[in-house]
Ligand binder design. Structure first.
Ligand code: GLU
Length: 481
């Protein structure tokens, strides 16, 4: 499909952080705009003064920025556009398409309850429709005269035609008695004024769409196209919520996910392109289409996100991850001063050594935090297995050779260990595992000689000597770093 001037918008209500579902809606709009060389607009729907907060606006901007979803226009705030909604409202009143309603909330509530008790639809009964009320200082809401007959068909790009009976609509409110426009009114005035060509949003808004059609029709405005994206569900097929785990995009940053992994994951959550799972941003832009967004709800799959994140950790520039790793060490309670004392080259080397086994930056930070520990907590089972009297006796012989090495490099260390094992007719693993447990506290780690270099000569020797009882140490302790 060729689109001349695609204009789409992401229109969050700032009543909380950027949710995973909202982020995906933003992403689909952004990809659609970028694919068509169109315009992506950010509109903040902040007319609900009680629920909207500046903090949420900032959280949403921060979430979008972290994902790299840049907008071409905005953020446009609805709260600053009241004059526009009021002008549209006045026009509708002037043309007899909308009317002032003096029914109080209490009266409406009584009637709603009564209708329900009598098995009737609880919709507004239209009693102020033909009363010709004027705005005279009494609290009045503005209602639209909806069509009582016929049907509204929403030609949805994802769901196909969705039909609604107009008889089910009531004369809904456009302006509340405090003058604030309702969502269904402001959204139409704005989408039209901003020249939105495609409304791409969550399918929880499908029931609102026939109401919005009424506003388009009464204002004589052309309809945009609509594409309603199915919801995201948790593994239990209930709507994704906090009890399924993190739902805030920034929580994923905290947990050590990379934005490119989250973007790739969210893009494929509901949109398909054959069997391909890993997409660069360029590929997503090139291939994305609304037609390939499925119409069934998508189930959030943490395992797949982890898999993608592990992939991106391995392909990302280690120097970039080095700085992120520093933040995660601090989160993992490595003293900030110790983290600050590291340099980027060293941190990059840590990334290279450890990223093979990590699914997140948090895991990377946790698996490498022993590098900072003084002393290293040693797993007793690992010690029982690898610090046997025989292994210790051999290790005691090896230690002075390590201390005497002129260059503490992986190659020199390896040659030293291999030479020693050959000479003694033992397996390299005997001394290597004894060393690994002393240095890392565990039996599993990235390649030993790389770890020795990362720990550094002085610190490594302290750790290696520390496995012998103090009275028994062979050489004077070296000064810890
Ligand atoms: N403010 C609405 C929301 O956050 C926007 C809906 C729409 O995109 O029309 O759900």
């Amino acid at each position: 499909m060729a689109h001349g001037k695609v204009r789409v918008r992401f229109a969050p209500s700032p009543t909380g952080f950027l949710h995973v579902g909202g982020a995906r809606t933003a992403l689909y709009n952004w990809l659609f705009a970028r694919h068509h060389g169109g315009t992506f607009i950010l509109r903040i729907e902040d007319t609900d003064v009680e629920r909207s907060t500046e903090e949420s606006v900032q959280a949403i901007l921060e979430g979008l920025a972290w994902l790299g979803l840049d907008w071409d226009e905005g953020p446009i705030r609805q709260a600053k556009r009241m004059a526009l909604y009021r002008a549209a409202a006045e026009r509708l009143v002037g043309e007899g398409r909308a009317y002032w309603c003096l029914c109080t909330p209490e009266e409406l509530e009584v009637r709603r309850k009564q209708a329900q008790a009598e098995g009737r639809s609880p919709k507004y009964d239209g009693r102020c429709r033909d009363r010709g009320h004027r705005k005279d200082g009494r609290p009045a809401a503005l209602r639209v005269k909806t069509d009582a007959e016929g049907q509204t068909v929403v030609e949805d790009l994802i769901h196909g035609p969705v039909t609604f009976l107009n008889a089910d609509l009531d004369d809904f409110v456009l302006l509340r008695s405090d003058g604030i426009p309702t969502y269904n009114f402001a959204v139409v005035v704005d989408d039209a004024e901003m020249g939105i060509t495609h409304v791409v949003r969550g399918d929880d808004h499908i029931p609102n769409t026939p109401r919005q059609f009424q506003v388009y029709r009464h204002l004589g405005l052309p309809l945009p196209r609509f594409a309603h994206i199915p919801l995201i569900l948790g593994a239990d097929r209930a709507r994704l919520s906090k009890r399924h785990g993190a739902t805030s995009v920034m929580a994923y940053r905290e947990m050590g996910y990379l934005p490119e992994a989250v973007v790739n994951y969210l893009a494929r959550l509901g949109w398909s392109y054959g069997d391909q799972e890993v997409f660069s941003l360029e590929e997503l832009i090139r291939h994305f289409s609304l037609e390939k967004v499925g119409n069934a709800a998508a189930v959030f799959d943490q395992g797949k996100l982890d898999w993608l994140n592990a992939h991106y950790l391995r392909v990302a520039d280690p120097a970039r991850l080095a700085d992120l790793l520093a933040e995660h060490w601090v989160q993992a309670e490595v003293p900030a001063a110790a983290v600050e004392a590291t340099d980027r080259a060293w941190r990059s080397a840590v990334v290279v050594a450890f990223c093979e086994r990590a699914k997140t930056l948090r895991e990377l930070a946790e698996s490498s935090r022993f590098l900072f520990d003084v002393p290293v907590p040693i797993d007793p089972e690992a010690a029982a297995k690898h610090h046997t009297p025989e292994a210790m006796a051999l290790f005691r012989e090896l230690l002075p050779r390590l201390e005497a090495l002129p260059n503490f490099t992986a190659a020199a260390l390896e040659a030293c260990y291999r030479g020693f094992a050959d000479e003694k007719g033992i397996k390299l693993a005997v001394v290597a595992q004894a060393t690994r447990v002393a240095l890392t506290g565990r039996t599993v780690s990235p390649p030993l000689f790389e770890i020795m270099v990362l720990v550094g000569r002085a610190r490594a020797l302290v750790r290696l000597r520390a496995i012998f009882p103090a009275r028994d140490r062979l050489s004077p302790p070296v000064r810890p770093l």
